[in-house]
Write a protein that binds this ligand. Structure first.
Ligand SMILES: Nc1nc2c(c(=O)[nH]1)N[C@H]1C(S)=C(S)[C@@H](COP(=O)(O)OP(=O)(O)OC[C@H]3O[C@@H](n4cnc5c(=O)[nH]c(N)nc54)[C@H](O)[C@@H]3O)O[C@H]1N2
Ligand SMILES: Nc1nc2c(c(=O)[nH]1)N[C@H]1C(S)=C(S)[C@@H](COP(=O)(O)OP(=O)(O)OC[C@H]3O[C@@H](n4cnc5c(=O)[nH]c(N)nc54)[C@H](O)[C@@H]3O)O[C@H]1N2
Ligand SMILES: [Mo]
Length: 759
């Protein structure tokens, strides 16, 4: 039997603290997996469901974007993938009766954890203007309401269409098609909050905004640098790949302000040895100061340039542009200042250099620890400089590996979910469908919030996600959302964004990945693209959570028909009937998808072309791979302040909170904790176990406060602190974003700690 959801909101500010762990996974992970899954699904459904995750004939794990091996293990999932699946395949339900019982005002006072634990949404629900409760509504009426509000806009640019990264390729393609036929490029997505900095940096330097390695390259690498990423929690299947790489002789350097358990040692639950001792992963741990990565790579580059024979001169000559200017900047780097920015010793950097010089094939992997800073884009460009110097792009075992978050976030972008689409993409749409798509750029997430705040956008539509909790500056974002005329969420589960609404609001419940999708044309499957540009099919097996659910493609098709009417140039009905028809059009619009339907029928799918990886061709403005010479930046922190990063615990999927523990870091039963280096804590006079308010300081002078955090003395880098997102999003100023990519700088927030009033 599955357990009932919690009735009351648990007390979350009484966390318990134990010693952090030094290894990830192993038997404990298996027992946690099964317990979490059975709580939501019961025993039989757990077994059935987990065995079809990431199998060629099954569904793509909604957990993360890490690729599947060619021959997946019979149990090709991880603890956190299983939790993501269990959240979706849960037997708990949020019905019209639930909404009748709980007024919206009450739901708005609940924690995100409590909301998510209530289960799957079963019916379309409507909150009328002035209403206190969501009421059931028919699908027809729901689409009428959206159409009414869109018809009332002064221009299509007053509507915003957000996407979270679980949406399939088919749904994403239709969604952007609808927005563009309507007449707007306002297509912000979670990527704006996530890897946008990677996309910006890689597009400018290499010509393709995606990673350049395949899974197999990891197995061939001599050296893998993992910077700003916590795979033990967020990409657990990556640990198996790192283990295999090590067995093949690779060495691993991890660059992180925190000693993350998963990177120290991995106990692979798929192997007998893994269940006991496990394998040590990290050979060198560089405990970097938050925001010090650009400085680190600049120093490494300076040292490489100073070492006889270390530069791959032929590669630099043949394939790159801008070397001289870059080399001059790198040679001129000032040791003292640059070193201080890293918080490392010169010896540590020289040790790292020796490992770099000893490697013929180096891969750099990274995630949010690098992308969410003001200088995220130049940081990633410095990593590109580093790889270019050694010729480590476009050959086996080497390259850039931004590790994506949501399971199809990369595919959504490939399908055109982008507020700044290329002219080539729009031309292709125009040719294929015969309408003129808008050419002006639309809003990204931060700009969409400003537009809502300023009354310039009035309809907010979300294809998945939890916009108000995932976005920065919670109070500003929530106030902005409340100014909208209409907010609409296509969702699987209840979340905070359903409770912070415009004048009218709709919740449109949809099928999840795990569920069977039957349309008039028969049973359908969808496709996704993983972090390494592999595209494959995903087919749900479970009965839908409720008979009233529509699939995401069906929702877009019906909405588009209702809003655009008979004038539409797009055969929406045909697309809803048969997703193969959607793929036929994708094949004609998106490069790399030729013969899409045939290629995706192959087990394991197919790899999208990647010019730098496949042929050392760089489709940049210069036609070469670009070295760049940005000045080194790093966050400046005034006396008595700390630099706070906002990160994930082991028991959450972004804003979906699975539980209140962060096992590897030794935290349990609560989330309001702030990890502080014991030396800093002593200087700041904050005792372990005392309670503080986190107060962020930003140049606008506005006080942003997150009250009541338990101080945990923790071995993070000096001057740095860490606390969980989304509780701390209230501290991230809307205007504190990365240059160029405009991604919120959620990993470098200057804070002071104030003794809590209640302490
Ligand atoms: N179970 C689970 N899986 C997930 C998610 C989830 O929430 N739960 N989220 C998914 C999504 S959307 C994403 S984007 C990914 C996120 O995956 P990660 O990027 O691993 O997620 P974070 O918890 O934000 O961790 C950031 C890591 O960077 C480090 N870090 C912080 N600042 C710096 C810095 O300045 N320099 C360096 N070198 N390191 C730094 C932190 O200590 C931490 O280890 O995971 C995906 N997978
Ligand atoms: N401070 C801070 N803020 C951050 C981050 C950080 O590190 N620090 N990380 C950022 C990152 S990397 C990201 S990606 C964003 C995440 O931002 P989002 O993608 O907007 O947020 P999620 O929490 O992943 O969305 C969860 C909701 O998605 C819905 N959902 C789940 N599956 C499906 C599905 O199959 N279809 C549909 N339609 N809906 C579904 C459920 O209703 C669930 O409540 O947050 C960002 N915000
Ligand atoms: Mo993400």
């Amino acid at each position: 039997m599955a357990a009932k959801p919690p009735k009351a909101d648990p007390v979350q500010d009484a966390p318990q603290v134990a010693e952090p762990k030094h290894a990830a996974a192993g038997l404990t992970a298996i027992s946690h997996t099964l317990r979490a899954a059975q709580r939501q699904m019961g025993v039989k459904r757990t077994a059935l469901t987990l065995l079809s995750v990431n199998q060629h004939s099954g569904f793509d794990c909604p957990g993360c974007a890490w690729p599947e091996p060619d021959r997946p293990h019979r149990a090709e999932f991880c603890e956190n993938g299983a939790k993501a699946v269990a959240e979706e395949a849960t037997l708990r339900r949020v019905t019209p009766e639930f909404f009748a019982e709980h007024p919206v005002a009450e739901l708005a006072g609940r924690s995100g954890y409590w909301l998510g634990q209530q289960g799957r949404l079963t019916h379309p629900m409507y909150l009328p203007e002035g209403g206190t409760h969501y009421e059931p509504v028919t699908w027809e009426r729901a689409f009428d309401i959206v159409a009414e509000e869109i018809a009332g806009l002064g221009s299509p640019d007053e509507a915003v269409f957000y996407t979270s990264g679980r949406t399939s390729n088919e749904a994403a393609f239709l969604y952007q098609l609808f927005a563009r036929e309507l007449g707007t490029n306002n297509l912000p997505d979670c990527s704006n909050l996530c890897h946008e900095s990677s996309g910006s940096a890689l597009t400018e330097t290499l010509g393709v905004g995606k990673g350049s390695v395949l899974l197999d390259d990891l197995y061939k690498a001599d050296l893998i640098i993992v910077a700003g990423q916590n795979p033990g929690t967020n990409h657990p299947r990556m640990l198996s790949a790192l283990e295999k790489a090590k067995a093949n002789g690779a060495r691993i350097i991890s660059v992180n302000p925190l000693p993350e358990a998963g990177l120290e040692r991995f106990k692979n639950p798929q192997t007998p040895k893994g269940l006991t001792a496990g394998a040590a992963l990290t050979d060198l741990f560089l405990q970097i100061r938050i925001g010090g990565d650009q400085a680190l790579f600049r120093l490494l580059n300076k040292l490489i340039l100073e070492t006889e024979g270390a530069v791959d001169e032929e590669f630099v000559r043949e394939h790159t542009h801008g070397f001289e200017e870059f080399a001059e900047a790198a040679r001129a780097a000032d040791w003292d200042e640059t070193l201080a920015a890293t918080g490392l010793t010169r010896e540590a950097i020289e040790r790292c250099l020796r490992m770099v010089l000893g490697s013929e094939r180096t891969i750099v992997c990274w995630a949010m620890g690098l992308t969410q800073h003001k200088h995220a884009v130049p940081t990633i460009k410095e990593i590109v400089n580093f790889l270019l110097l050694r010729g480590d792009i476009g050959r086996p075992g080497a390259g850039v590996c931004p590790v994506r978050g949501h399971s199809n976030v990369q595919g959504d972008r490939t399908m055109g979910i982008f507020e700044r689409p290329s002219a080539a993409f729009l031309d292709a749409l125009e040719r294929e469908f015969g309408f003129a798509p808008p050419r002006e750029h639309g809003y990204d997430v931060v700009r969409a919030i400003r537009a809502l705040r300023d009354g310039e956008a009035k309809v907010f539509f979300a294809m998945g996600g939890n916009f108000v909790s995932a976005s920065p500056d919670t109070e500003v974002t929530e106030a902005a959302m409340r100014r909208a005329r209409l907010t609409v969420h296509v969702s699987t589960k209840l979340n905070r964004s359903h409770t912070v609404t415009g004048a009218r609001a709709l919740i449109l419940p949809t099928l999840g990945r795990t569920e069977r999708d039957v349309q008039a044309g028969g049973e359908q499957f969808v496709t996704v693209e993983d972090s390494m540009g592999m595209v494959h099919a995903s087919r749900g097996r479970l009965e839908p959570a409720s008979p009233w659910l529509l699939s995401e493609p069906a929702i877009v098709c019906r909405l588009a028909r209702r809003v655009l009417g008979a004038d539409s140039k797009v055969p929406w009905e045909e697309f809803e009937r048969d997703y193969g028809a959607i793929r036929d059009r994708i094949a004609r619009v998106v490069p790399g998808f030729e013969d899409f339907n045939a290629k995706v029928a192959r087990p394991g799918g197919f790899a999208l072309p990647h010019a730098p990886r496949d042929e050392r061709r760089f489709p940049t403005a210069t036609g070469k791979a670009n070295f760049t010479a940005a000045p080194v930046e790093y966050p400046r922190v005034p006396e008595g302040r700390l630099l706070l990063q906002t990160l994930r615990s082991h028991d959450q999927y972004n804003t979906t909170i699975y539980g209140l523990d962060d096992r590897y870091r030794g935290i349990s039963n609560g989330r309001r904790v702030v990890l502080v280096n014991p030396e800093d804590a002593r200087e700041l006079r904050v005792a372990d176990g005392s309670y503080v308010d986190l107060v962020s300081e930003w140049k606008d002078g506005v006080e942003r406060r997150a009250p009541g955090f338990r101080v945990v003395h923790y071995p993070t880098a000096r001057g740095c602190a860490a606390a969980y997102y989304p509780e701390t999003n209230v501290l991230v100023p809307l205007d504190a974003t990365a240059d160029v990519s405009n991604t919120p700088a959620s990993k470098s927030v200057v804070v002071r700690l104030e003794q809590s009033a209640t302490d």
